[in-house]
Write a protein that binds this ligand. Structure first.
Ligand code: ZN
Length: 222
């Protein structure tokens, strides 16, 4: 079975569509590691694509903040402004959809979580020492995480934690949308990048009066 692993879409419809196009015919199932909304101008459209295509997803910190389960004081000024905007525009059915998302999901052969197994919505795993407590909690030998917006591959005693990077707001210096194709037969996880119409997203963000910093960072992937 081949899986498309996507994370941190952040209301970026153009990036999500480019990634889904890149996955077409190449995978049997797509799974999402959370942060479907926040930052970007199309949170409703992104939720609707995941709902319609029955793409299993966990909740990220931006879902938890949009539903009011996480305080906005836990976010920087730009992120908080985008969350307030998302709360205003998100349709009731999509709010209900993100409310119902689980924090972790067990799939055949691997688990998924947004941040870490210690603090599912909020903890950043950026290196092996930070990841050790999560390795301890893993029930399977493979865990996919998102949240940092940077691809990462960690190994510890035969277990792996893999981060595909971000679809909608990469922060590793490459502005192209990032995702993974994982083949559970070979165990291979292939990191892929795809171009999308960044300017179209930036124009929509300007029209929505979203913070300038969030608009500019899409061009540089930082
Ligand atoms: Zn995120």
């Amino acid at each position: 079975m081949r899986y498309g692993i996507v994370a941190d879409i952040h209301g970026n419809l153009e990036a999500l569509e480019a990634v889904l196009h890149g996955l077409e015919g190449k995978v049997d199932q797509i799974v999402c590691l959370g942060d479907i909304v926040g930052y970007g101008p199309n949170p409703n459209e992104c939720c609707e694509i995941l709902r319609k295509q029955n793409i299993p997803s966990v909740a990220g910190n931006h879902e938890k903040a949009t539903t009011g389960e996480l305080e906005l004081t836990r976010f920087n000024k730009n992120a908080a402004a985008a969350i307030l905007w998302t709360q205003k525009v998100l349709l009731p059915e999509n709010l209900q959809y993100i409310k119902d998302l689980p924090l972790t999901l067990d799939l055949p052969g691997f688990e998924i979580v947004h941040g870490s197994l210690v603090n599912p919505a909020e903890e950043y795993l950026t290196n092996l020492s930070e990841a050790l407590p999560t390795f301890e909690l893993m029930k399977k030998t493979l865990l996919f995480v998102g949240h940092t917006h940077r691809p990462l591959n960690l190994e510890q005693e035969g277990k792996k934690i893999i981060n595909p990077g971000s679809v909608g707001q990469p922060r590793d210096g490459d502005p192209r949308a990032a995702f993974i194709i994982y083949d559970d037969k070979t165990g291979e996880a292939q990191l892929l990048r795809v171009n999308y119409d960044i300017e179209a997203v930036q124009n929509k963000m300007k029209a929505a009066d979203l913070p300038q910093f969030l608009i500019e960072r899409l061009s540089v992937g930082r």
